[in-house]
Design a protein around this ligand. Structure first.
Ligand code: ADP
Length: 307
């Protein structure tokens, strides 16, 4: 059976509900994708790869992963660091703002835990998903070791999947981000970029230009997300435009791309065609944006997908 591994950071999320109360949950791009994949494809083995602390809140994240039926064997406990944290506040006009405390999180040290015994758990045809956020939070001094590990996994036959997911504030500057993102494009087998990331970084404004940018990296499977406009695939030198059914009642677009990525990869691991996988992924993302927060309630998500 093939396994898929999602490597990155999951943070503790706090959301103000009123002056004196906050709602606590967990979210992070690769974690969100892992959850949505597993909910759609319960038979697929899904692992979350990260570092957390030895404290109670870290244990609660591990419990939450277990509650979502993710494998937690590759969640490592750092002796003196803990989860990153972010706070969502909403002003009187409904505008949301985000404040982060993540610069010293345990997840930034993940590379220290990826020794040969971890690499030995991977087999040919497994998948490993990383995002631009996974790359941004890795300590710069750990990057050489990280890329050596990626090259070893690729040599083993692991399918490497990458979503650039650019967050300017996580990088020292655009050049540093570009260098790491282009390194990932060189190695990956599947790329799942969003047009917006490339607008910010490379001044590209449509899916065709993003594909033209990625093509020289020889990525065999490129799927470009562009909000409600369309999804464009580029596989075997063929570019196909896939129509998206627009959602009119959008509540919160947080994690639309994450849900898309998770469900797309689940469908591909379960032998669905690129077109069918995009159809299902877009349907799942369409459900998620009609719910508040990164992780839609499991029953609402499952019910909406089966309708
Ligand atoms: P990201 O969250 O990475 O910025 P997008 O905004 O492109 O990514 O959204 C990811 C996916 O969510 C899209 O490919 C599409 O399938 C779906 N989606 C986003 N916005 C809408 C919308 N208004 N109506 C329907 N589907 C949408």
């Amino acid at each position: 059976m093939k396994n898929i591994y999602f490597l990155g950071e999951c943070m503790m999320e706090l959301k103000s509900t009123d002056e004196s109360t906050m709602n606590q949950s967990f979210a992070g791009d690769v974690y969100n994708s892992a959850v949505y994949l597993k909910r759609c494809f319960p038979e697929t083995a899904v692992s979350f790869v990260t570092a957390v602390g030895g404290d109670q809140i870290s244990q609660r994240l591990i419990n939450r992963c277990e509650g979502e039926n993710l494998s937690t064997d590759a969640i490592f406990r750092h002796p003196n660091k803990t989860l990153g944290l972010y706070l969502i506040e909403t002003d009187e006009t409904g505008e949301r703002s985000f404040t982060y405390w993540r610069s010293d999180s345990a997840a930034r040290e993940i590379v220290d835990f990826l020794d040969d015994s971890v690499i030995a758990r991977f087999s040919a045809n497994d998948m490993l998903f990383i995002s631009g956020i996974s790359l941004a939070v890795i300590q710069p001094s750990h990057r050489d070791k990280f890329w050596q590990i990626m090259e070893k996994l690729k040599a083993l036959g692991v399918t490497l999947v990458f979503d650039p997911n650019y967050r300017a504030r996580l990088w020292q500057g655009a050049d540093e981000a570009k260098e790491q993102i282009e390194k990932a494009l060189t190695l990956c087998d599947i790329a799942l970029p969003g047009v917006e990331d490339f607008t910010e970084l490379y001044n590209l404004h449509n899916a065709e230009d993003v594909i033209a940018f990625c093509a020289p990296f020889n990525v065999p499977e490129i799927i470009v997300k562009n909000g409600a406009a369309s999804v464009v695939s580029h596989c075997d030198n063929e570019t196909v435009d896939h129509t998206i059914i627009p959602v009119t009642h959008v509540v919160d677009t947080t994690s639309a791309g994450d849900a898309f990525n998770g469900v797309y990869l689940g469908a591909r691991l379960n032998q669905q065609s690129v077109a069918d996988a995009i159809g299902l992924a877009a349907q799942a993302a369409g459900v998620v944006i009609q719910q508040p927060g990164a992780i839609a309630p499991a029953d609402v998500f499952q019910q909406a997908l089966s309708d």
